[in-house]
Design a protein around this ligand. Structure first.
Ligand code: ADP
Length: 504
């Protein structure tokens, strides 16, 4: 077994991995950027190394600095967590070349599954259906128009290197295709340095359901059932649960087998997730599912699977990387009860979930039976603007879904976070909504249901019309009157000047 593991990450996931290391008697080594010097994960490690200035590119994405820190510390292995370098095959390769064990799959599996066009072709070959779409990249607007006329609208333009909902656009009609093509390829180029796009049929109100897999170096491969992640904003997950209220034994078996086929097709080892979009039917047998992508790393939402299976996924990841066999055979994995996870982000759910970085001034974590809080902060912690604004994840377990929901509502009421806006009020509204309680989930749930009232009028709202009115009078005094307002209302000048504040 390893003696020291360097954790190439920050926040709640770094803390989660530190705990798994301690439970195995392994010494955790941390890394931090300049803005994270005082962060919780740094305090909890036996030693921690400075890897550069605040921006992700110069620190948590800096392969050279991280490898140097690992070598300086004498670590035997590196855990990448999620995000940052976790799905970068060059990082996996750099670790191996520096005699550091990368706690994850091979660089080849990461590379193949990291390209959506290649991964779709790979799974199709083993008989797993992917969302209908183009098998090759679309090279130009003209090419996209041609292929779109065969597939039919609505469509989705997607970045082949995509992740985190970036480089993705819904195209409802031919007229919109050219401009959406330009914006999606521009976003893909800046996010992934790769502007390659392809087209997928846009499924109407599908459900996002994924299967957790684990494989060892001896060729053993198991699945740990499903997680439903249909509650999303901007195509990014907010709440996850296991089991899915939709999935019955038949569908679970079919999706589980499909996920194992996908994993086998790339000689997968370590923890991974095969994601599907599901078109619901009246019974499990009538549901259609389509491969979406495979994430070759630990997922944010892994705790719900841990709660229902009793398997510590990070511990398994470390054991597998150290050469041990899987601790469980497929027939020994019997999920029990139900678990929910709410992602607590420093975001304002009343204003399009815009990030709300800042200092945490009040912090009281919930607890009690069946409650788990994976957090990366404490009182006075900073939520920096530089990174994803996740603060914590709250996970509740129950004998059934109802109990897990009741427990989550109680838990969210006990959770006190001050100084930044959070997604807590959003979850309180969601968990009281009849459609959610009935398990009628789909990926457009948030857009379809008005869960929160618009924000109360703030000082900002009062100042903007005043500035607008001042500008209006300034124009008038210079005898260049602004266009006539559309209709008379006290806020009539507001519309023309509010835009800069809404772009955020
Ligand atoms: P990323 O890799 O950027 O996370 P995914 O391909 O995993 O992107 O998709 C993220 C989410 O976007 C899905 O969970 C779903 O809500 C939506 N989505 C993706 N593809 C489609 C599609 N073809 N039809 C409908 N929704 C889709």
């Amino acid at each position: 077994m390893f003696k020291k593991i360097l954790i190439a990450n920050r926040g709640e996931i770094a803390v989660r991995i530190i705990r798994a290391c301690r439970d195995l008697g392994i010494s955790p080594v941390g890394v931090y950027s300049e803005v994270d010097r005082e962060a919780l994960h740094v305090r909890l490690c036996d030693e921690a190394h400075d890897i550069g200035p605040g921006s992700a590119v110069t620190s948590y994405l800096n392969i050279e600095n991280i490898i140097e820190a690992a070598q300086k510390s004498g670590a035997d292995a590196v855990h990448p967590g999620y995000g940052f370098l976790s799905e970068n095959p060059l990082f996996a390769q750099a670790c191996e070349e520096s005699r550091l064990v990368f706690i994850g799959p091979s660089a080849a599996s990461i590379k193949l599954m990291g390209d959506k066009i290649m991964s779709r072709a790979t799974v199709e070959k083993v008989g797993v259906p992917s969302v209908p779409g183009t098998a090759t990249p679309v090279r130009s607007v003209e090419d996209a128009l041609r292929q779109a006329s065969t597939l039919g609208y609505p469509l989705m333009l997607k970045a082949s290197a995509g992740g985190g909902g970036k480089g993705m656009r819904v195209v409802s009609s031919q007229e919109d295709l050219a401009s959406l093509y330009q914006s999606a390829s521009g976003e893909a180029e800046s996010a992934f340095s790769n502007s390659t796009l392809y087209l997928e049929k846009y499924l109407s109100r599908p459900r996002h359901i994924e299967i957790q897999v684990l494989g060892d170096h001896q060729g053993n491969l198991v699945h740990l059932g499903e997680r439903e992640c249909s509650i999303q904003r901007r195509h990014q997950k907010l709440l996850e649960e296991s089991p899915s209220p939709l999935v019955d034994a038949d569908l679970r078996e079919r999706m589980g087998q499909a996920a194992l086929q996908v994993a086998r097709s790339v000689d997968y080892h370590n923890a991974g997730t095969v994601e599907f979009l599901v078109e619901p039917g009246r019974t499990g047998t009538e549901c259609n599912f389509y491969f979406l992508e495979m994430n070759t790393r630990l997922q944010v939402e892994h705790p719900v699977t841990e709660m229902v299976t009793g398997i510590d996924l990070v511990r398994e990841q470390i054991r597998i990387a150290a050469g041990s066999r899987l601790s469980y055979r497929q027939e020994e994995i019997q999920p029990r009860g139900a678990a929910l996870e709410c992602r607590i982000y420093a975001e304002d759910p009343r204003v399009d979930f815009i990030p709300s970085p800042g200092t945490i001034t009040t912090y009281v974590e919930p607890s009690g039976p069946g409650v788990r809080t994976d957090s990366g902060v404490r009182i006075h912690s900073q939520v920096p603007v530089e990174y994803d604004p996740i603060i914590a994840k709250v996970i509740t377990y129950g004998e059934d879904r109802d109990q897990a929901i009741h427990r989550m509502r109680r838990t969210l009421n006990e959770y006190k976070i001050g100084g930044v806006k959070t997604t807590l009020p959003f979850f309180q509204a969601l968990l009281a909504h009849p459609a959610f309680l009935e398990g009628k989930l789909h990926t457009d749930f948030i857009d379809e249901h008005q869960l929160l009232d618009p924000p109360p009028r703030s000082n900002h709202d009062e100042i903007v019309p005043l500035v607008a009115a001042a500008l209006h009078h300034f124009h008038q005094s210079r005898k260049s009157p602004p266009p006539t307002p559309r209709r008379h209302r006290p806020w009539k000048h507001f519309d023309r000047y509010q835009d800069p504040f809404r772009k955020w």
